[in-house]
Design a protein around this ligand. Structure first.
Ligand code: FFO
Ligand code: ATP
Length: 192
């Protein structure tokens, strides 16, 4: 698949995601929250701030009292760092307009420090291949997993609407496979 095809596919899937009604999005978020229950454990758990029709995380299982909930922050080298965040704490928009915690760099966690990461998807296949936002942020940040046998910490859990499933998606050499995909309908254990 050429870069152009990937771009066109991404644009089409983004458009379809935006076309969902608010009620459909909220229902999907509620269902995904329930399905995540058995997997939402560990000391450091990362979600995302849903934008642009992404599957909302309003119904996540409660974060255990001793655990930290984190949100992704963009670093200048196009990697992600993760900021512990609680409702009410300050946020500022990043270059894409997505809210990020407003924390000094030394308070950010490295991807290696996380136990579970919810990865927002634009498209996916059942074997755990992912089409993301196109910036390569998650791939760059979790590239270390490609040198390790799976299962490995952190566990990468892709979050998507079931309509985002594709019959095939050629893996790019830099793609980092997902361990699990959760949609409003099911939990998919990937081949990886
Ligand atoms: N909620 C959320 N937070 C996230 C991500 C995400 O996908 N969702 N990211 C996941 O990496 C990182 C931000 N990366 C992003 C990369 C590109 C665009 C984006 O909107 N790009 C183009 C459209 C590109 C296209 O359609 O081909 C734009 O600016 O309009 C947004 C976020 C970190 N935080
Ligand atoms: N590990 C890496 N090292 C260097 N560049 C990378 C790496 N991973 C991805 N990239 C670059 O990032 C660009 C975008 O990659 P891709 O189209 O796979 O994004 P994506 O996986 O959809 O996005 P995201 O990871 O942000 O969700 C590619 O052109 C690629 O060159």
């Amino acid at each position: 698949m050429t870069e152009f095809d990937r771009g066109a596919l991404r644009a089409d899937l983004r458009q379809r995601r935006r076309a969902l009604s608010a009620a459909e999005r909220v229902r999907a978020g509620t269902q995904v929250g329930g399905l995540l229950e058995p997997y939402w454990n560990g000391a450091r758990l990362a979600g995302y701030w849903a934008c642009d029709g992404e599957l909302p995380l309003h119904a996540l299982p409660p974060t255990p009292p001793e655990a930290q909930y984190c949100l992704p922050c963009l670093l200048p080298d196009k990697r992600l760092a993760f900021a512990p965040w609680r409702p009410g704490e300050a946020l500022k928009p990043n270059r894409y307009g997505i809210p990020e915690p407003d924390l000094p760099d030394q308070s950010l966690l490295r991807p290696e420090a996380l136990d579970v990461v919810l990865v927002p998807l634009i498209g996916f296949t059942r074997d755990g291949t992912r089409l993301g936002s196109g910036g390569g942020y998650y791939d760059r940040s979790f590239a270390f997993l490609n040198h390790m046998p799976r299962p490995q910490r952190p566990q990468l859990i892709g979050i998507a609407y079931s309509f985002q499933e594709l019959p095939r998606l050629p893996a790019a050499p830099w793609d980092v496979a997902l361990d699990l995909i959760v949609t409003e309908r099911e939990v998919i254990r990937t081949a990886g």
